[in-house]
Design a protein around this ligand. Structure first.
Ligand code: SF4
Length: 451
């Protein structure tokens, strides 16, 4: 922690050079996009982004409060920033509950809530005034990004109108607030012009996009588009970049996007957080589209677009989950044959409605079900990847080291899915597309050879 004298020196130094902000970004890609927006704004005002606590005049911690483990991680990160810098502003999901933060870390300068860009920027102004220089404060048109240059997250909305019983995001981030389609498309256009090869569409509920705006019209490239899921997919598909759709719920209107996937206008990849396979559990979870026959829908999607990759997340050990319901989930998983699967053991989040449900599953049973679930999911993944051996696939290169490349196919989102490893790929550069023949597979990854 800095002494008062050191802090005074830091403040004086900040008056003669650009003020420096350290930034810690925790949580999901949606939080990452919030961080990028805050940083873009601060950079445009002449702030520098500091890579270390010690060289920063102040640190902003963008927190996550999704589950208790994320809350603990956020509180620990705030403590670390206080220890190494001493001047800390907290924002993000956990900021929706300032008392919880201030109780543990009373020295925090200010707490602002999720998606409160103006508030966090104005808190920075209060504690570290900007030194504006229009000749120096040049920000690239695509803004400041925390992802590599060749891919970017595109956030299309904030908040959520659903009320899943295990989730407190709506109470933290509010109701669905979509960005108008022309604004989203202009941002996507700028990103592609700046070298982005892959756009990852994110929100809390991508399939609901525009419902709050009554699917308002917008103009882009001389045409009229509506603020709705299918128009967004069509328009993004015309930009020449890979377009990957995350957080899509299996509502009937989602079917319309499958032909675009079959034509490769958008990637044949859908991230659908199914969360369970038992209708009774889904009902207790109050999941959107819980009454839909998802297995039938998946079969229809695959009939139209055989290369479709399905990614999903699940919760095991939800309150009241019986052995029969869990078996139902395993059978559902087997029949659905999902390509990519993540799994969480249910953990009660402070303020979630599900905490009041009876029949909490003991941790040992949760652990045992988690193990069985992951074993089954790994076997399905391994079989689906083995079926790709011998095929030629287009990949996007993420890293090159020692003459070998690590890339991703259409079926792999960054950070969460597998990779395609390519030996003898010295000439490839990060952000290149390449065609490879798949020559090997494991449970989650592939090996390829350049063709
Ligand atoms: S869809 Fe459900 S889980 Fe997702 S943010 Fe909304 S309420 Fe939470």
């Amino acid at each position: 922690m800095k002494s008062q004298a050191t802090r005074a020196r830091s403040t004086r130094a900040a008056r003669t050079r650009a003020p420096r902000v350290g930034f810690v970004s925790l949580g999901c890609p949606k939080a990452l996009v919030d961080s990028e927006r805050i940083l873009t704004k601060l950079r445009s005002e002449g702030y520098e982004v500091s890579p270390t606590y010690e060289s920063a005049d102040l640190v902003v911690v963008n927190t996550c409060g999704f589950i208790d483990a994320a809350v603990d991680e956020s509180l620990a990160a705030i403590g670390e920033a206080l220890e190494h810098n001493g001047r800390v502003i907290v924002t993000g999901c956990l900021g929706a509950n300032p008392a919880r933060i201030l109780e543990r870390h009373p020295r925090v300068l200010e707490v602002t809530g999720p998606a409160a860009y103006e508030k966090v920027v104005s808190a920075v102004h209060t504690h570290l005034p900007p030194r504006h220089d229009p000749f120096e404060d040049l920000v690239p048109p695509q803004g400041v990004r925390l992802t590599p240059r060749h891919y970017a997250y595109l956030k299309i909305s904030e908040g959520c109108n659903n009320r899943c019983s295990f989730c407190v995001i709506p109470s933290m981030r509010g109701r669905l607030a979509s960005r108008p389609i022309d604004e989203v498309l202009r941002e996507a256009e700028r990103l592609v012009a700046a070298g982005v090869r892959e756009l990852l569409v994110i929100s809390q509920d991508t399939s609901a996009y525009g419902a709050d705006l009554r699917y308002a019209r917008g103009e882009w490239r001389g045409g009229e588009w509506r603020t709705r899921f299918i128009d967004l997919a069509r328009a993004l598909g015309s930009l020449g970049a890979w377009v990957r759709l995350h957080y899509v719920y299996p509502y009937p209107h989602v079917d319309e996007v499958i032909p675009l996937m079959a034509e490769r206008r958008v990637l044949p990849y859908l991230d659908v957080p199914f969360q369970h396979g038992s209708p009774a559990v889904l009902k207790r979870m109050r999941r959107p589209a819980h009454a839909e026959n998802t297995l039938k829908r998946i079969a229809q999607w695959r009939a139209q677009c055989p290369d479709l990759t399905l990614r999903s997340t699940f919760i095991v050990g939800f309150p009241g989950e019986t052995e029969e319901e869990f078996e139902e989930l395993l059978a559902w998983l087997e029949e659905a044959g999902l390509d990519r699967v993540g799994c969480f053991k249910y953990s009660p989040v402070q303020g979630a409605a599900a905490n009041a449900l009876g029949g909490h599953v003991p941790p040992a049973v949760q652990e045992e079900r988690y193990g069985r679930f992951m074993e089954r999911a790994a076997a399905i993944s391994a079989a689906r990847l083995a079926a790709r051996v011998g095929r030629t696939m287009r990949v996007l290169v993420d890293a090159v080291a020692d003459g070998a490349a690590t890339a991703r196919s259409e079926a792999d989102a960054p950070e969460i899915d597998g990779v395609v490893r390519i030996a003898a790929a010295r000439h490839l550069r990060v952000g290149d597309f390449a065609d490879v023949e798949i020559v090997g597979s494991s449970a989650y990854d592939l090996a390829g050879r350049l063709v």
